[in-house]
Design a protein around this ligand. Structure first.
Ligand SMILES: NC(=O)c1ccc[n+]([C@@H]2O[C@H](COP(=O)([O-])OP(=O)(O)OC[C@H]3O[C@@H](n4cnc5c(N)ncnc54)[C@H](O)[C@@H]3O)[C@@H](O)[C@H]2O)c1
Length: 273
């Protein structure tokens, strides 16, 4: 019997991309999945397709920036299924552009979703899991949470926060029986590639990107890392190289990032007329 069999799992951002692929894979492995997403139509469709395949899934409409709503999803899950084994704090958004082009709203929306969305998940689930004496919190950061990737400043701020929060929580959770992991993917093929761009040509940006990893493959790597209780689950070869450089020679990596950024800007920046 696999470790996810008969387990209860909440996944935020479960209607699309990585969250959806993790939900589908977990349901195939016998878990009861609760997909929570602000896209009420897509989350319902996703849960329906999982149940139509003979597995167990439930859809909930949720905005992760609302702490009371996140707490309600966690509390309702425990009331209905008697336990919460895993929560994947995965919902996220990104805005690409130069730092001086960002509106305050571009800062706010990303930090509210990507950092506070995780804070709200932890705030709701950690005390419940500590009381149970078991549970695993998995939050999706990014390679941009380990390495200062330029061109998405509010995203980097949020994701570094998620990595720090998760590493500290892992230490606190140990004596309470609560496991904590953080996921740091490189480029994955999801609808996120259609994110907000400020003065950036999306098509040209995608042309500069290496081959993207399919979300289904990413989900399998994530679940393998969760099974092994890895503290940091880095996904894609490129992300692993970046993270190794960050630890071994951070100044060289900064030079590399700066050079790459200058070259990319020449190709992807939309010039004002
Ligand atoms: N795609 C990549 O290359 C990549 C790389 C590194 C990290 N990530 C991270 O992976 C996570 C999932 O992203 P994805 O690529 O699958 O993108 P995606 O756009 O396919 O999925 C994100 C989901 O989150 C939902 N969402 C957004 N804001 C929400 C909110 N306030 N409340 C509830 N749901 C909300 C969206 O409706 C969507 O279904 C994000 O945290 C993202 O930062 C993605």
């Amino acid at each position: 019997m696999g470790i996810f069999e008969k387990k209860t799992v909440v996944i935020t951002g479960g209607a699309s991309g990585i969250g959806r692929a993790v939900g589908e894979e977990l349901a195939r492995r016998g878990a009861q999945v609760i997909l929570a997403d602000m896209n009420s139509v897509l989350v319902r469709e996703t849960a329906d397709s999982i149940t139509a395949a003979g597995h167990r899934a439930k859809a909930v409409t949720l905005d992760v920036t609302d702490p009371d709503a996140v707490k309600k999803v966690v509390d309702d899950t425990v009331s209905e299924f008697g336990r919460l084994d895993y929560i994947f704090n995965n919902a996220g958004v990104v805005v690409f552009g130069g730092a001086s082009d960002f509106s305050y709203e571009d800062w706010r929306r990303v930090i509210d979703t990507d950092l506070y969305g995780v804070v709200n998940g932890v705030f709701a689930a950690f005390p419940v899991m500590a009381k149970q004496g078991f549970g695993h919190i998995i939050s999706t950061a990014s390679i941009a949470g380990l390495v200062p990737i330029p061109g998405a400043i509010s995203y980097v701020a949020s994701k570094f926060g998620v990595v720090g929060l998760s590493n500290a929580l892992r230490v606190e959770g140990e004596e309470l029986g609560v496991k904590v992991s953080v996921v740091c993917p490189g480029l994955i093929d999801t609808p996120m590639k259609n994110s907000k761009m400020i003065n950036i040509d999306n098509e040209a940006l995608l042309e500069t990107a290496p081959k993207l990893m399919p979300a289904e493959e990413c989900a399998r790597v994530i679940l393998d890392g969760v099974e092994r209780n890895k503290p940091i689950i880095v996904v894609t070869a490129m992300a692993k190289i970046f993270w190794a450089l960050q630890r071994i020679c951070p100044r060289f990596l900064l030079w590399l990032l700066s050079r790459g950024h200058r070259q990319a800007l020449g190709k992807i920046r939309i010039q004002a007329n």
